[in-house]
Write a protein that binds this ligand. Structure first.
Ligand code: NDP
Length: 301
């Protein structure tokens, strides 16, 4: 039976360490959050981020402009936060409304206040291994691997997905930790064969339960970043092979979460894996808090 790599104890350890560091700062760190429009998933993410700030002692300030906001207005908002000394971090929740030039808005954030690690300057720091904010989800995964004492150096890591927020930074962090890294995407031929060669497999595609046992190396470590909401009963019944607990969960909530890796196959084939939910998910917000505290520390000295 595979070991479950739960994210919650790792998150708790990160937050406990941050609480101690916040106590040593001359003032509470400040995080500005911009949530434009009315995307319900974004609203939930932002609510959770703001709640995490409050619990940890980070002061957060939220702006919720309407979906009709223009690029120029968002740029002015970001500029205001760039200039305010008590704001250490700025987070612009993605996606932005379609008429907004998202790239321009992200690039307007002062790199030292970019707590998502998306600004090209910070991406450059990542590539060059210079200290700077790292993308939260991949950074959280590195903490999880360290927490559970999972060796990375010399192992073959396969990252499926090449997005700027997960796949690419993940591959670079693993490379810097001396893994031999293969990056896969939708045009990779014979994905199953590549994945089966992975001592460490990171799945970040957004494809519900796609990586079945054929994609898994027996005894390997599997990190499942995917967060897919199943909202059709037959999908839940099919993936979870009629598991009555999952069907009951579906009846109660109207949907069930599943990762990109098949939840039953991974438990049988892998040596260790992160569950969905409760694996990678809790770490992303913890690393956002970590980036905010680090930004405050750097600006305080
Ligand atoms: P994107 O949609 O930006 O990127 C998906 C990547 O997966 C692309 O590179 C795409 O390839 C690749 N891909 C898609 N389908 C296939 C396929 N059939 N075979 C191989 N590769 C494929 O997604 P994100 O990186 O933003 O997110 C990925 C997943 O992680 C989502 O489920 C998201 O919800 C979840 N997520 C979870 C977080 C957490 O905190 N747990 C945080 C962030 C994301 P190509 O480039 O060729 O199109």
């Amino acid at each position: 039976m595979a070991n479950i790599l739960a994210g919650t104890p790792v998150r708790d350890a990160i937050l406990a360490e941050l609480a101690e560091r916040i106590r040593r700062l001359p003032r509470a760190p400040g995080l500005a959050v911009i949530l434009a429009g009315d995307n319900p998933a974004s609203a939930i993410y932002v609510r959770n981020k703001v709640k995490a700030c409050a619990e940890l002692g980070i002061v957060s300030e939220q702006r919720t402009p309407p979906a009709s906001i223009e690029t120029s207005e968002l740029l002015a908002m970001v500029q205001e936060f760039n200039e305010r000394p008590e704001i250490d971090g700025i987070l612009v929740q993605m996606p932005l409304p379609p008429q907004v030039d998202s790239r321009r808005v992200l690039q307007a954030i002062a790199p030292e206040k970019d707590v998502d690690g998306f600004h090209p300057v910070n991406v450059g720091y990542l590539v060059a291994q210079v200290e700077g904010p790292r993308a939260c989800t991949p950074a959280g995964i590195m903490r999880l691997l360290a927490h559970y004492g999972i060796a990375v150096a010399g192992r073959h890591a396969v990252v499926v997905g090449r997005s700027d927020i997960v796949g690419k930074p993940m591959a670079l962090l693993l490379l810097h930790a001396h893994a031999t890294v293969t990056i896969c995407h939708s045009k990779t031929p014979d994905l199953a064969a590549v994945c089966r060669g992975a001592d460490l497999l990171v799945a970040a595609m957004g494809r519900p339960a796609m990586l079945t046992r054929d994609y898994l190396k027996p005894g390997g470590v599997v990190i499942d970043v995917g967060m897919n909401r199943l909202d059709r009963r037959e999908q839940v019944a099919g993936i979870f092979r009629g598991d009555p607990r999952k069907l009951e969960q579906f009846e109660r909530h109207g949907s069930v979460l599943v990762g990109d890796v098949h939840p039953l196959d991974v438990a049988e084939v892998a040596g260790a894996y992160t569950p969905v939910p409760g694996g990678v998910g809790p770490l992303t917000i913890a690393m956002l808090m970590a980036n905010t505290v680090r930004a405050a520390e750097r600006r305080a000295c």
